[in-house]
Write a protein that binds this ligand. Structure first.
Ligand SMILES: *[C@@H]1O[C@H](CO)[C@@H](O)[C@H](O)[C@H]1NC(C)=O
Ligand SMILES: CC(=O)N[C@H]1CO[C@H](CO)[C@@H](O)[C@@H]1O
Ligand SMILES: [Ca+2]
Ligand SMILES: [Ca+2]
Length: 354
């Protein structure tokens, strides 16, 4: 009898394990391969070899690129040195990436930049908000951009108990922002379990000096976040649920769900085309290849453009797709005047004329 019970339990556990294995393969699109889509004129950007997780482009064509992220569970080929913020002027004929000088005021040796966002104040001052992971904790560093000196002046470090496992931010004021939390647990093993079980425990938090609160919850893994051109809507990428949430923003900063655009790819970071309002998503077509890195079968890249976001039937096109032979692990794309910059989690960055 005892033997039978052991057998049943063993059998049930194996079946459960098998199911979990299938679920995780499906969640990570483990069997998806990409069909190549290549704009005419693309080249890799010199100096950006160690990732470019997030990109934000100012209306003037200056692009900020965060580079050198180290994050548990992700491949990392960066030298053991602090991360950097690069600047590129997309108005130049062949734009080059140049590392920005960063002022003192926080521990630069632990700088580990992730999502970034810019905010332009009424007086024209440009603020750069950077999600930082010193010792794998989360802070948000606020800088003032000094264009002539090509430097970032550190103003403030924001820490809060609701700002944990922060992935990305979108600045909505000189000291106000929304931030996504991409995992509920902070221990790597529990984080993995959370993903396998498909728990929806992550959220979007709003921060201001006077109020910090959770404004939207129920995401598998809330990742990229950005605002519509008119600032009325907030777009949130739920990476493992493979969708984008369109949320309405209210005067008290709360967010309410409007709709969800379902996709067949793991959307990482989002940006908005300043001339059309379309959403651009840097995506992982097959996240299994990203997590189980194999140089002979590397993770690919995919960039989607979503048109007519608020309509009944938004249109989704592929702007760029590659099997990893050129670009691996795309995490963001941003456009400026017919040019596109595509960044990656740990690989290179690509610049194309559309
Ligand atoms: C990727 O595609 C290129 C051609 O586009 C091909 O030569 C290469 O073998 C492919 N690599 C993999 C890993 O499938
Ligand atoms: C997710 C997200 O919005 N992060 C950044 C992705 O890149 C765009 C590029 O413009 C930025 O606007 C976002 O802040
Ligand atoms: Ca961002
Ligand atoms: Ca991200």
């Amino acid at each position: 009898m005892a033997k039978l019970a052991v057998l049943i339990i063993l059998g049930a556990s194996l079946a459960l394990l098998g199911q979990m294995f299938v679920a995780i393969r499906e969640r990570f699109n483990a069997s998806r391969e990409v069909e190549p889509v290549e704009p005419r004129n693309c080249h890799l950007i010199e100096n950006l070899e160690n990732g470019s997780e997030d990109i934000d482009i100012l209306p003037t064509g200056l692009a900020f690129i965060s580079s050198g992220l180290k994050y548990p569970g992700l491949p990392d080929f960066a030298p053991d040195e602090p991360g950097k913020i690069f600047l590129m002027d997309l108005n130049e004929q062949t734009p080059r990436a140049q590392a920005l000088k960063i002022s003192d005021g926080f521990d630069k040796s632990l700088f580990n930049p992730h999502g970034i966002s810019t905010f332009i104040d009424k007086d024209g001052t440009v603020y750069l908000y950077v999600v930082n992971h010193p010792h794998m904790k989360s802070t948000v560093e606020i800088f003032k951009f000094e264009e002539h000196q090509r430097s970032l002046l550190h103003l403030k470090t924001v820490r809060h108990k609701l700002l944990k496992s922060v992935n990305d931010i979108v600045a909505v004021g000189p000291e106000q922002f929304y931030a996504t939390r991409d995992h509920y647990f902070t221990c790597f093993f529990l984080t993995l379990l959370e993903t396998i079980l498909g728990l929806r425990w992550t959220y979007v938090a709003f921060y201001s000096p006077t109020e910090v609160k959770v404004v939207a919850k129920g995401f598998n893994s809330a990742n990229g976040i950005t605002a519509s051109l008119d600032q009325k809507y907030i777009y949130v990428a739920d990476v493992t649920a493979k969708n984008i949430h369109i949320m309405e923003k209210h005067a008290n900063w709360n967010l309410t769900p409007l709709k969800v655009i379902q996709l067949d790819t793991l959307v990482d970071n989002l940006s908005v085309d300043p001339s059309t309002g379309d959403i651009l998503g840097g995506c992982h077509p097959n996240a299994m290849k990203l997590l189980n890195y194999d140089p002979n079968d590397p993770p690919g890249s995919e960039v989607l453009r979503i048109q007519n976001v608020l309509s009944e039937k938004p249109r989704v096109n592929t702007v760029y797709a590659n099997n990893g032979s050129v670009l691996q692990g795309s995490s963001v794309a941003a456009v400026y005047h017919g040019k596109i910059l595509i960044g990656t989690v740990f690989h290179k960055a690509l610049y194309c004329v559309l």
